[in-house]
Write a protein that binds this ligand. Structure first.
Ligand SMILES: Nc1ncnc2c1ncn2[C@@H]1O[C@H](COP(=O)(O)OP(=O)(O)OP(=O)(O)O)[C@@H](O)[C@H]1O
Ligand SMILES: [Mg+2]
Length: 292
């Protein structure tokens, strides 16, 4: 079987800020049409990698290829029509309204005279509806709650309507229901529109549920990558995060569910609760890999 070259990949990347090298000899392929999730401890380089993939950070060595072309040789607007990035921290211009900020996502699609088209209108309305911010359209972004603001930024990234979308911690600030809603939306974009989604997530159980391709980073190196059902083990979590845990099948999806070890166990150190023991030995409830 011949393997096709993915649209987005990094080859031999060295990523650095001035003197500080964050990653060296890093190779990373983002499978086309995947929902790739990047996990790893704080400061391991997740945002740095995402920024390099999005042309926001120039590698000191190596190259990022988009459709076989050196991403830094492409005009920024050209890149922005194919690839969108929601950064981990973004600041909105003072006083800008929600509708105006989301509309900025359409900039790469506009011609020199920047005429606002029906297509732009449709994309902005759809992005605001799917992130449930339509009713906030006339509010000032800087007067919103953290979670509302996060959904507005996601709407802006969606309005860009790129085939590849990179999201750095899209669920930060969101309550559990909104987290699931955003992840379901990402899964839907990936499944129904064949878009390539890449997200940095801290919640390992969300990562294992939603990722079709999981990348575990540590100190700027890829420690493991692949199907979460195959690569996520207690040993991997311990190696990457230094966290003792047990891994049991998620009762809802059958994907790996990471349960941190309790500080003290009322049942004694070596005996897990009978329910955990039963779950650990039960067959997966549903085929692994299915999103919620
Ligand atoms: N603009 C910058 N200038 C200098 N050093 C930076 C800069 N941005 C990040 N770093 C450093 O690079 C390293 C990797 O940072 P990065 O933001 O990629 O981590 P991360 O994995 O995204 O962490 P987190 O989970 O906290 O978001 C850290 O040591 C950080 O201090
Ligand atoms: Mg980060």
């Amino acid at each position: 079987m011949t393997k096709t070259t993915p649209r987005l990949r990094g080859e031999d990347l060295t990523l650095a800020y001035d003197e500080r090298t964050i990653a060296r000899d890093l190779d990373l392929e983002i499978p086309d049409g995947s929902f790739t999730v990047i996990v790893g401890p704080n400061a391991c380089g997740k945002s740095t990698v995402l920024r390099a993939l999005a042309r926001m950070l120039k590698p000191t060595a190596g190259r990022v290829l988009l459709d076989g072309q050196h991403i830094h040789s492409l005009p920024s607007k050209e890149v922005a029509r194919r690839l969108g990035l929601l950064p981990q921290t973004a600041t909105a211009p003072d006083g800008i309204t929600v509708a105006d900020l989301v509309a900025r996502g359409r900039f790469p699609h506009q011609k020199l005279l920047r005429q606002w088209s029906r297509d732009d209108e449709r994309a902005v309305d759809a992005a605001m509806a799917s992130t449930r911010v339509s009713e906030l359209a006339d509010r000032a972004v800087d007067e919103l709650s953290g979670g509302q603001r996060q959904r507005v930024w996601i709407a802006m990234a969606l309005a860009q309507e790129t085939p590849i979308l990179l999201l750095d911690e899209p669920t930060t600030y969101l309550d559990i229901a909104h987290q699931i809603e955003v992840l379901n939306l990402c899964a839907q974009l990936h499944e129904e529109q064949d878009r390539t989604m890449v997200a940095v997530l801290h919640d390992l159980n969300h990562a294992t549920r939603y990722a079709t391709h999981l990348v575990a980073l540590k100190e700027g190196r890829v420690v493991a990558q692949g199907d979460p059902g195959e690569i996520v083990t207690a040993r991997l979590v311990e190696e990457v995060f230094g966290l003792p845990c047990v891994v049991v099948p998620d009762p809802e999806t059958g994907t790996p569910l990471v349960v941190p070890r309790a500080r003290t166990s009322r049942l004694g150190r070596d005996s897990a609760h009978p329910a955990v023991h039963a779950a650990a030995h039960a067959p997966a409830a549903r085929p692994a890999g299915g999103a919620a």
